[in-house]
Design a protein around this ligand. Structure first.
Ligand SMILES: Nc1ncnc2c1ncn2[C@@H]1O[C@H](COP(=O)(O)OP(=O)(O)OP(=O)(O)O)[C@@H](O)[C@H]1O
Ligand SMILES: [Mg+2]
Length: 260
């Protein structure tokens, strides 16, 4: 293994603060995710989970603190000891290191499954069209959708659309993959097929940060469970520690609710 593969995907979040219209929604978050680690991020609605994920790939700027991936800022550069936001084009290039999969898939409706997957590698001039198609066929196969390459999103089930969205995120070969409630828009019988794909990614050693309310899944795949409440990490540890023996009353309250 080369040094480059050993250091892939270290996420370092330090003292991140973020406010919207004067309301602080991230209040000093510290979180380090090791390369290959799978972190499940749990917390009540409004606790800042999506905002935190979005700061990792600079879909959201931070007011204070820093986020780096393998030591590099995604949206900023350090000049004379100060952080300056990069230009849009550079941000787009660097953002490709961090893939994100959303609750509602966000596929391009006018493009077929395979066209959705090849769009970014071609737009960012990473690959020729024929190389992108070859990569995309492989990725669609990996998510079990080789036979749906030419289908449009409206012709696919929610679970299939989400698997295309995962293939699309993988097409840029990100160091880190973020999932924001990837199964919560799905009918219950379609949840399993998406979780199977995420489980495979976890086994392959991709660094994953997964916001989920699927507690059973978090217990099974996560190396670490992090509980966010009111913009702060209030508890973290192994799935067994946090899910079976939560120390913080807010964690207990949350788990009692989601486990019904
Ligand atoms: N772009 C925005 N403008 C204003 N307020 C925002 C924005 N994005 C998020 N917020 C607010 O920040 C807080 C945290 O939101 P966030 O979406 O991060 O929570 P969450 O933990 O992901 O919740 P949920 O489980 O409901 O998805 C909420 O009060 C939300 O209303
Ligand atoms: Mg959210």
């Amino acid at each position: 293994m080369t040094a480059a593969t050993v250091t892939r995907g270290l996420v370092d979040i330090r003292n991140v603060h973020k406010s919207f219209h004067g309301t602080e929604v991230l209040r000093g978050v510290d979180l380090t995710v090791q390369p290959g680690e799978v972190v499940a991020l749990l917390g009540p609605s409004g606790s800042g989970k999506s905002t935190l994920l979005r700061t990792i790939n600079h879909l959201e700027t931070v007011d204070a603190g820093s986020v780096t991936v393998d030591g590099e800022f995604i949206g900023y550069e350090l000049r004379h000891g100060k952080l300056h936001e990069l230009r849009e084009r550079e941000i787009l290039q660097r953002r490709t290191q961090v893939g994100i999969v959303f609750q509602n898939f966000h596929l391009f409706p006018h493009l077929t499954a395979i066209e959705n997957v090849i769009e970014a590698p071609i737009a960012l001039k990473r690959l020729s069209k024929s190389d992108a198609l070859e990569l995309a066929r492989g990725l669609l196969d990996r998510v079990g959708l080789a036979h749906k390459a030419d289908a449009y999103p409206r012709q696919l089930s929610g679970g299939q659309q989400q698997r295309v969205a995962i293939a699309r995120a993988l097409a840029l070969q990100p160091k880190v993959l973020l999932f924001d409630e990837p199964t919560s828009a799905l009918d219950p019988e379609l949840v399993g097929e998406v979780l199977d794909v995420i489980r495979d990614l976890a086994k392959l050693g991709t660094t994953l940060v997964i916001v989920t309310h699927e507690i059973g899944f978090a217990r099974e795949v996560a190396d670490r469970v992090v509980f966010l409440d009111d913009g702060r990490v209030i508890e973290q540890g192994s799935p067994d520690e946090v899910l079976s023996r939560p120390r913080h009353p807010r964690t207990r309250e949350f788990l009692a609710k989601v486990l019904g």
